[in-house]
Write a protein that binds this ligand. Sequence first.
Ligand SMILES: Nc1ncnc2c1ncn2[C@@H]1O[C@H](COP(=O)(O)OP(=O)(O)OP(=O)(O)O)[C@@H](O)[C@H]1O
Ligand code: SF4
Ligand SMILES: [Mg+2]
Length: 391
Amino acid sequence: MSLDQTPRTRPVAAAAPVGSPPVGSVLPPSTTGLDPARSCEPAPVAAPVLQIEGLSVDYGYTQDPVHVLRGVDLTLGRGEVLGLAGESGCGKSTLAYAALRLLPPPGLVTGGQVWLHDRDGGRRDILALSDAELRASRWTETAVVFQGAMNSLNPVHRVGDQIADVIRAHRPQTTKRQRQERAAELLELVGIAADRARSYPHQLSGGMRQRVMIAMALALDPQVLIMDEPTTALDVVMQRQIVEQIAELRARLGFSVIFITHDVSLLIEIADRIAIMYAGQIVEQGPAQALYRAGRHPYTQALLASFPPLHGPKKDLTGIPGSPPDLARAISGCPYAPRCRFALERCRDRNPRLGASAVAGDPGSRQVACHLHTPGQSLPETLAGAWPPAG
Ligand SMILES: Nc1ncnc2c1ncn2[C@@H]1O[C@H](COP(=O)(O)OP(=O)(O)OP(=O)(O)O)[C@@H](O)[C@H]1O
Ligand code: SF4
Ligand SMILES: [Mg+2]
C-alpha cells in the first residue's frame, strides 16, 4: 500500500490508504466572505490535539470553482469525541479529507492550517508537512475510516493480511509472525474472533467488515481518528453496537475522534461535543447534551426537529423548507438566510462569524454563527431556552 503525497501546488492523482480517494493540493488563500464586524474567538478546548483554522476548499480547476469549505475553524481536544453533523452535501467529508490531505481531485485547499499537536506541546501544520513527514504521520498519528469503507476491503485478500499490510508499510522491521499476531489482537479488540483473520471480506457481515476497517485504522495507535459515517450502511442494532465499541475503545486507548454523521441523535450517544455544519461552514458548536437539548442556531433547531425524539411523547417531524445554497454561486450573506424564519436585514449581505452564544449562562464553549447572537440584538425565545432546564 503506497502512502505517497502530491506536491503542494499542483493537483496530481496519487495512491492513498485503502478506501481513500486520491490526493488534492494546496493553493493560496481565497476570501471566505465572513463578516469582519463580528469577532471570532476560538472555542476554549482543553489540550487540543487537532486544530483546524480557516480551512477553505474549492472543487474545480477552472475560473469558476465550487467553494465547498469557507473558512472552517474546528478544534478536537485530546481524548475527546467530537461529532460533526449536517445535511448531505454540506462538506463534512470534504473537511475530513482536506484536513488530512486526502482530498480527491479536483479538490484544492485554498487556505487555512491544520495543526497536529504533540503531547510535549509542539505542533505541526499538516498542510505544510513534506511528503516524507506526511507518510510518517499517516496511520501512526492520524487515521481515517472512510464513508463506505467496509466496501473497500480487497475481496481477494484475507482480512488479517490486509491489516498486516498496513503494519508492514509503516513497520517494515516487524516479522510476519508479529504482524499476524497484531492483526489477530486488533480483530479481538473490535469484537471479532481472532481466527476470522483468515476470512475473506465476503465471508463477513457488513458490521464485521466495518469493524475490520476500524481495527485497521487503530493498527498503529493513532492519536486522531476521523470516522466518516462509520455506521450509516448498517442496521440500527449494529449501529448501536459499533458506536458502543468505539466509545469503549476510546476510553481504553485514549485516542481522539471526529465522528461524522448526518444523524445528530446518534451523536449524543458518543460525542462529548457536537459541531453543526451548513453550506461549508460550522454554524454552531457546543457540549453534546446542551446542543442537542437547546440549539442556539436556527439551522441547528430545524435539523434537530427533523429527527424523532429519543425520549418523551411522539411529535410531528418537520423538514427544513427550501434547500441548501448552490455552492457554485457566490453567497454574500448568511448561507442559511433564504430558509431562516428569523432572518434580519443584515443577514442578506453579511456572513456571520462563529462567536459566543448570547444566551446568559451559556459557557464559552457554546459558539454560534448567527447575527441574532450579536450583543444588543433581541434573541427569539425559542433560541434562548435554558440548559440545564430549570427545575
Ligand atoms: N468532485 C467534485 N466536484 C464538484 N463538487 C463536488 C465534488 N465532490 C463533492 N462536491 C460537492 O461538495 C459538496 C460537499 O460534499 P461532501 O461529500 O463533502 O458532503 P457531505 O457533507 O460529506 O455529504 P454526505 O452527507 O452526503 O456524505 C457537495 O455539495 C458536493 O456536491
Ligand atoms: S444570521 Fe440571520 S439568516 Fe443566518 S441563521 Fe442567523 S438569523 Fe438566520
Ligand atoms: Mg460525506
